[in-house]
Design a protein around this ligand. Structure first.
Ligand code: PEP
Length: 249
């Protein structure tokens, strides 16, 4: 079901004590919007974060996951392991996973399948690089990123998919897509899904924007009709900023 979501991707930041501190700071700030709140601490802090948010209107996501059920994959984490500590949402396809760990869409399609087979929700990230936009290839690139990793799914599977459009040139750079650029791409994404599946599925899917969302620009970006919230990096590490973004709806 389409909903407003603000998700914080903490990346490789926060140790155990900092995770507890950040969550207790989040608790102190009232949530005044109807947005669903998700935080994605690093693996080592997922369990303690899960325990710390009990009773709060916050859920926990993992930042990545391996596609296999178990086995000789040193350093990796499976869906079962995440579920065993209560984590039912996973971010897949983040541009940093694509750029630094070589994750391509065939692998991402496998990870998506594993997550869905395990009744998890996937936040699937994608977005063009600056060169793609400069060559006016951003729609084509985004179309491929979505279709290669997701268009093998049947219609029913889409209820567990959240999309996060994150233009790479706007991540951690302080440069944001303008609200109109975000809207234009989100409308394109919805049309791409409507053409492949149905208007109903396209209308129901939640599409987040990510890329230097801050308290001072969130409201304008979220006011766009096809933008259903944000995936927040840097600003999710400060409780006040993150909650200001949550409350920007
Ligand atoms: C991200 O990494 O998903 C992200 C959007 O980062 P930032 O908000 O820092 O640009």
């Amino acid at each position: 079901m389409r909903k407003n979501i603000v998700a914080g991707n903490w990346k490789m930041n926060t140790d155990l004590a900092e995770t507890q501190d950040l969550i207790s700071d989040l608790k102190k700030i009232a949530k005044t919007s109807d947005a669903e709140v998700i935080i994605a601490p690093p693996y080592t802090n997922l369990y303690s974060a899960f325990e710390a948010v009990k009773g709060l209107d916050i859920s926990i996501a993992a930042q990545n996951m391996h596609q296999s059920a178990s086995g000789a994959f040193t350093g990796e984490i499976s869906a079962d392991m995440l579920k065993s500590i209560g984590v039912k949402t996973v971010i897949l396809g983040h541009s940093e996973r694509r750029a630094y760990f070589g994750e391509k869409e065939d692998l991402l399609a496998e990870k998506v399948n594993t997550a869905l087979d395990n009744d998890m929700t996937v936040i699937y990230c994608f977005g063009e690089e600056l060169k793609d936009r400069n060559f006016s290839e951003h729609f084509e690139v985004v179309n491929k990123q979505i279709s290669n990793a997701l268009f093998h799914l049947d219609s029913a599977a889409w209820k567990d998919i959240v999309l996060a459009y994150e233009p790479v040139w706007a991540i951690g750079t302080g440069e944001t897509a303008s609200p109109d650029q975000a809207q234009e791409m989100h409308a394109f994404i919805r049309k791409t899904i409507a053409d492949e599946y149905s208007q109903e599925i396209a209308d129901e899917v939640t599409i987040l924007y990510g890329g230097s969302v801050k308290p001072n620009n969130a409201q304008e970006i979220f006011s766009k009709p096809d933008v259903d919230g944000g995936l927040i990096g840097g600003a999710s590490l400060k409780a006040e900023d993150f909650m200001a973004i949550v409350n920007a709806f």
